[in-house]
Design a protein around this ligand. Structure first.
Ligand code: F6P
Length: 259
C-alpha cells in the first residue's frame, strides 16, 4: 500500500515487508514472531499470527544518508500484522531505549502513523511503580512522541487492518528489555472487546496508577507541524529533530511531559 511518508516506500501487507523506490534505501526487515514476544502477553500461551511485526531500521532517501549519519539520526519503519493473539491485539513486546554512547542518555522516539490505527502505550519506568501510564490513540498521519527512558510498546488498534509507522530515532539505538520482561510485560495489557474496541487490564506485577487513555496531540513545543510527513519536515529543516539525538537540549520539556 502507498501512503505519503515523504519518501518512496510502500508496504506489502501480504509478506509484511517494505519496498523502496529507486532513490531510496532500506534494509530487509527483521521479523518479530509470536514466540519472541509471548512472555510479554497477558496470556503467553495464546495463538495468533506467527509473524507479528517486521522492522526496517534506517530507511530514507539516498541523498540524505550522509546527512543523517552526520546528525546521528535514523528513520525506522515498522509494519504490523492484522489479527489478534487470543483476545489480545497484535503488539510489540515493550522496551526502554538504552543509554546511547553518543549523548550519554536514553533517547526519545517520534512516531508517525502511515496506515491503520495504533495505540502507543507508554509508562515512565519499568519498575514496580511504573509512574504515569498512557495509552495514546493515533490515526493515520498522527504523531506521537515517547520521551527518553520511558518503557513503551506499540499496539495495532484495528484487528482488521495492518498498521505501519515510521519513527525518528538515534542512530546508535539500543533496546533494554530487562525491566519489562521481569514484570511479564508492561503495566497495562490491552485486550480486544466484542465490539472491536480495546480494553485495558492491569498487570498485577506492578503497582500502577490509573491508565490515562487519550488521543494523539500536536507537538508545537518541538516545532513539529501537523499534516506534513515528519520525514519532509526533516528535509525542510534538517535540525528539527536534533532533540532526538540530544534530548538534554530540551530537558525542561521532558519534566512532567504528557504525550
Ligand atoms: O521491542 P521490539 O520488538 O524490539 O521492537 C522494536 C521496534 O520498536 C520501536 O522502537 C518502536 O517502539 C521500533 O522503532 C523498533 O524497530
Amino acid at each position: 500500500m502507498k501512503f505519503n511518508a515523504g519518501f518512496d516506500i510502500e508496504t506489502d501487507t501480504e509478506k509484511l515487508i517494505f519496498h523502496y523506490g529507486p532513490e531510496c534505501f532500506g534494509p530487509e526487515v527483521e521479523q518479530r514472531r509470536l514466540d519472541d514476544i509471548r512472555q510479554s502477553l497477558k496470556n503467553p500461551s495464546a495463538d495468533g499470527p506467527s509473524v507479528l511485526y517486521a522492522i526496517a531500521m534506517d530507511v530514507g532517501k539516498k541523498k540524505h544518508l550522509a546527512d543523517l549519519k552526520k546528525r546521528n539520526l535514523l528513520y525506522g519503519a515498522v509494519i504490523y500484522s492484522k489479527g489478534r493473539i487470543g483476545n489480545e491485539p497484535v503488539r510489540s513486546q515493550g522496551h526502554i531505549h538504552a543509554i546511547s554512547n553518543s549523548c550519554n542518555s536514553s533517547t526519545p522516539e517520534v512516531y508517525e502513523i502511515w496506515e491503520g490505527e495504533a495505540v502507543i502505550y507508554m509508562q515512565e519506568t519499568a519498575e514496580d511503580n511504573p509512574g504515569r501510564c498512557f495509552a495514546v490513540h493515533a490515526k493515520t498521519g498522527d504523531v506521537v512522541i515517547v520521551p527518553p527512558s520511558w518503557a513503551h510498546c506499540t499496539v495495532n488498534a484495528n484487528t482488521n487492518k495492518n498498521m505501519a509507522f515510521g519513527a525518528w530515532c538515534v542512530r546508535d539505538y539500543g533496546f533494554d528489555y530487562k525491566g519489562v520482561r521481569e514484570h511479564g510485560g508492561v503495566a497495562y495489557f490491552p485486550t480486544v472487546q466484542d465490539n472491536g474496541h480495546l480494553a485495558w487490564s492491569t498487570n498485577p506485577s506492578y503497582q500502577a496508577p490509573e491508565l490515562i487513555v487519550k488521543a494523539a496531540r500536536t507537538y508545537p513545543e518541538f516545532g513539529i507541524e501537523r499534516d506534513i510527513p515528519i520525514y519532509t519536515q526533516y528535509e525542510n529543516n534538517p535540525n528539527l529533530f536534533a532533540f532526538v539525538t540530544d534530548p538534554e537540549s530540551v530537558k525542561d520539556i521532558w519534566i512532567n511531559f504528557e504525550p
